[in-house]
Design a protein around this ligand. Structure first.
Ligand SMILES: Nc1ncnc2c1ncn2[C@@H]1O[C@H](COP(=O)(O)OP(=O)(O)OP(=O)(O)O)[C@@H](O)[C@H]1O
Length: 329
């Protein structure tokens, strides 16, 4: 920038606008500890000290609801995000603030609260687009997705990926059966099982800005080599798209392999990290296995604008709220 603009000031004197919330999840670094994540955060850059900070004061997602609980809910979310909710020293768990959400007593009840009568409602794209269940880990999300998908009638075809090593000399070290068994975050599964009417999420940018990593769609027709789907959220809501199989090379493995598969996963449920940036009308959080990193509980809870839209399943209504204070202040 300095060279391009012929100006020796930082960024060549150009004004750069960054926006974000440090209460939210930090960059994901595989096999890292908290210090690695904080180190990768913008705040650890030497440039941070030259940034002028401006603060937004109104939670618009909450304010737009015109709900009597708005001010209190917004305050509770900030307390959660700032790590100001008392942690029990013996268990390391927090109790949620009063009237923060509606608790369910089981995972099954959580599904019923978020997706009531899904066997009838799944054809209503508006209804489907505004709800999701969130969990911290992919493993928990997968099991929720299978359970919810099983409530929809219809055939369940299996799309198996074609997996191979990128370096053919390594083929003997990584047999196809082993590659097939890998379930890598951010990569579609080897055995993709979807039904017509299922909700899926894109895992790659196929055709930005319409079809991007994170776009949610409803499956309309399943063909051998193409999945026809309707975009259910965002500026291109209602548009139909064709999704082909593409080669995908996961980046965070100690070796490289290529998976040819539709770049999608089921998305009735999704990970909290994947939900960052989305707004929902109805949100369920499955905390059977608690959050494990900074800001996850805050991100999950702040996807909705009012407590009556937030359903939580947590053993004994208690959970972990991980907040790295040096990421916030
Ligand atoms: N100034 C505003 N006036 C009216 N509505 C707004 C305004 N700012 C945001 N919104 C609405 O608030 C909701 C959240 O906005 P948006 O998704 O841009 O926030 P965000 O900062 O990306 O949230 P998060 O990071 O928590 O996902 C959206 O429904 C958006 O339309």
């Amino acid at each position: 920038m300095k060279d391009l603009r012929g100006n020796s000031r930082r960024f060549g004197g150009a004004m750069i606008l960054l926006s974000g919330d440090f209460r939210q999840t930090l960059p994901v670094i595989p096999k890292s500890i908290a210090a690695d994540e904080i180190n990768a955060c913008l705040k650890s850059s030497f440039l941070w000290w030259h940034v002028k900070k401006l603060k937004l004061t109104t939670n618009m997602r909450v304010a737009l609801q015109n709900d009597p609980s708005a001010a209190e809910f917004s305050r509770q979310l900030l307390a959660l995000g700032n790590g100001h909710i008392l942690i029990d020293v013996l268990t390391g768990l927090i109790s949620f603030p009063a009237n923060f959400c509606e608790f369910t007593s089981s995972k099954e009840e959580l599904i019923t609260k978020v997706f009531p009568s899904i066997e009838i409602n799944y054809n209503n794209l508006d209804w489907m687009s505004e709800r999701a269940i969130l969990a911290a880990k992919n493993k928990d999300v997968d099991s929720l997705n299978f359970t919810i998908q099983s409530k929809i009638a219809g055939e369940l075809p299996s799309y198996k990926s074609v997996d191979s090593t990128t370096d053919e000399n390594e083929a003997v070290n990584y047999p196809t059966e082993f590659l097939n068994s890998l379930d890598v975050p951010g990569t579609p599964p080897h055995n993709l099982q979807v039904k017509v009417g299922s909700i899926i999420i894109m895992l790659r940018n196929l055709n930005p800005p319409k079809l991007c990593n994170g776009t949610r769609l409803s499956v309309k027709k399943l063909m051998n080599n193409v999945i026809q789907s309707t975009i259910i959220k965002g500026n291109f809501k209602g548009e139909e798209v064709l999704i082909p199989r593409i080669p995908i090379i996961p980046t965070d493995l100690p070796f490289q392999f290529k998976r040819i598969q539709f770049p999608v996963r089921l998305a009735f449920a999704m990970t909290i990290n994947k939900s960052q940036g989305q707004s929902l009308e109805v949100c369920g959080i499955n905390l059977e296995f608690p959050c494990f990193s900074h800001g996850q509980l805050y991100v999950a809870s702040s996807r909705v604008g009012k407590p009556s839209s937030l359903f939580i399943f947590a053993p004994e209504n208690k959970t972990k709220n991980i907040v790295y204070q040096n990421a916030i202040y």
